[in-house]
Design a protein around this ligand. Sequence first.
Ligand SMILES: [Zn+2]
Ligand SMILES: [Zn+2]
Length: 332
Amino acid sequence: MIQQVHSHPNIYRIRVDLPDNPLQYLNAYVIKGVSGNLVIDTGFNRPECKRALCQGLQELDIRLQSDTSLFITHLHADHSGLVGLFAQAGCPIYMHPVDYQYLVDSEDGSTWKAAEDNFMREGMPPAEIKTQFSNQARTFSPNPHFPVNPVHDGDCLHLAGCDLQVIHTPGHTPGLCCLYLPKEEVFFTSDHILFDITPNIQVWYHMKQALQRYLESLQKVRELPAQLALPGHREGDTSIAGRIDEIVAHHDRRLAEICHLAGLYPHSTAYDIAPHMTWSMRGKQWKDFPPTQKWFALGETLAHIEYLVDHGVLCCREEQGCRHYDLVRTET
Ligand SMILES: [Zn+2]
Ligand SMILES: [Zn+2]
């Protein structure tokens, strides 16, 4: 399903459904120029997404060849999964090198293994870790062997007849980049800013303090003039600053909730704390969460715990290979 979202330049959204995924669909954007095109993000590496993307491109009369470029905003498989289609056709591919390296490193499974070992230390039972092998982020990930044009913060790309500014906003992933059309004030926010769901913030092994970095990256774009904001999932809005303030307030509430729970349940693991937190899973209880959602929920809990430990609010003690957290008691 395609929808024109802007004219001069002509920008279209291809809705790529993500079956069995709470995100529901990915927004792949296409800037259709006279002498070239730009596609932003792809969908998972699975037949349903490939069909939707290819059908959308066909409706727009766009053939995959060297005058069509692909910009991958970040490493997540729902954005990068179908990069192989573009690589095979000789399309130039743009991506931040940090996220590209993560894709390469995850190919032999070592990145996932490191994450599993870490989640085990945070209290996740081995049986639950095993259920993660069917995580869509793993099964529908791209083949990382593609030539990449590395992009960095502040780069100006001239593609599809447009001047596009690259804005590096680490947090949701270490290398997430938004794109911005300064003349038209169109802001492709990817998963940095979503409007009716909150972007997931995880822990990363080569980027400490993901939540801190994310909050800084929100402030970095808060004053950006935007006539149109085009997010990676769901619908967009124009009030960037207002939405950023809501997201910041959401994380403040999460931090306060964890402090409260750490006081209530001393010496807990992150896995002990996570089930007591407020999750918007349509009334489901923790025990009924799908395995993938438990994984993301524990990662999100950990990102907040990491922030609180770094700010001296919580302390961590490792005993028998398992980390436990307590409020730091200040002497009065
Ligand atoms: Zn993402
Ligand atoms: Zn996404």
